[in-house]
Design a protein around this ligand. Structure first.
Ligand SMILES: *Cc1c(COP(=O)(O)O)cnc(C)c1O
Length: 240
């Protein structure tokens, strides 16, 4: 038997998503699959485009920016899922349709649309969608806001011009039962809707745990290797 190719892996994952949705009594139409292509060459992204994929995820700014420039006009919605450096915030915003990793107040300031000096009006260029990332571990290096700091950060995003809050994003911690982690995120999302009624989306679930995430209400899955195959080393990204 030969290795499954990209189309087969994509079909397998789509089948897995459909199965998990059916089990959860949910519609697949309510679930967006973001294919995470970090470290993958532009040639693989072109294959994904041929297969009908339009939602792509990247986690490193320079790589994402270069790919977005090279693939401009292809109708891609870029989802930024990695940690955003404060001084790169405006650049990340420029090519992203959705930023999944808003995790601190200083970043909200960097991402917010500047207000015109004289009129006080919000600059044209509309809003960027974003998730607030919650850290489910004790390790700040993992990214995400700690649970006690979540509500103030949500308030801050709600009052920032040019940002539309979709909901919460999280990564299930290694070694924990993913279903319990995702249930917690879902519960935090429900609490958050007390102050942000429209923020009803949940970005959670990756290659290994997307079925559990769907069971707990995920609306945005971020799936890399199960679709793309293993990631190449970080060298030689220019293979388009
Ligand atoms: C890389 C990455 C993913 C995808 O991980 P896979 O295990 O390859 O599916 C999802 N979310 C984030 C934040 C990532 O950095």
């Amino acid at each position: 038997m030969s290795e499954p190719d990209l189309a087969q892996r994509l079909a397998n994952v789509r089948g897995g998503i459909a199965d998990a949705a059916r089990l959860a009594g949910r519609s697949v139409d309510d679930i967006t699959t973001v294919v995470v292509t970090k470290f993958q060459p532009v040639s693989l992204i072109r294959e994904l485009l041929e297969l009908g994929v339009r939602d792509l995820g990247e986690s490193r700014h320079q790589e994402a920016q270069a790919k977005a420039a090279e693939l401009a006009g292809a109708g891609i919605r870029w989802h930024f899922v990695g940690q955003v450096q404060g001084k790169k915030a405006r650049q990340v915003r420029a090519y992203s349709s959705v930023i999944h990793s808003v995790d601190r107040e200083s970043l909200v300031t960097g991402l917010a649309t500047p207000v015109a000096e004289h009129t006080g009006a919000v600059e044209a260029g509309a809003e960027v969608d974003c998730f607030v990332q919650v850290n489910l571990t004790e390790d700040p290096a993992r990214g995400g806001v700690s649970i006690p700091d979540l509500a103030p950060l949500v308030e801050r995003v709600l009052s920032a011009p040019g940002l539309r809050l979709l909901g919460l994003m999280a990564v299930a911690p290694l070694g924990a039962e993913p279903k319990r982690s995702f249930a917690l995120v879902s519960e935090l999302g429900a609490q958050m809707r007390g102050i942000a009624p429209d923020a009803r989306y949940l970005s959670m679930g990756m290659s290994q745990d997307y079925a559990a995430a769907i069971a707990e209400g995920a609306t945005h899955l971020r799936i890399g290797t199960a679709i793309t195959g293993n990631r190449p080393a970080a060298v030689n990204l220019k293979t388009s």
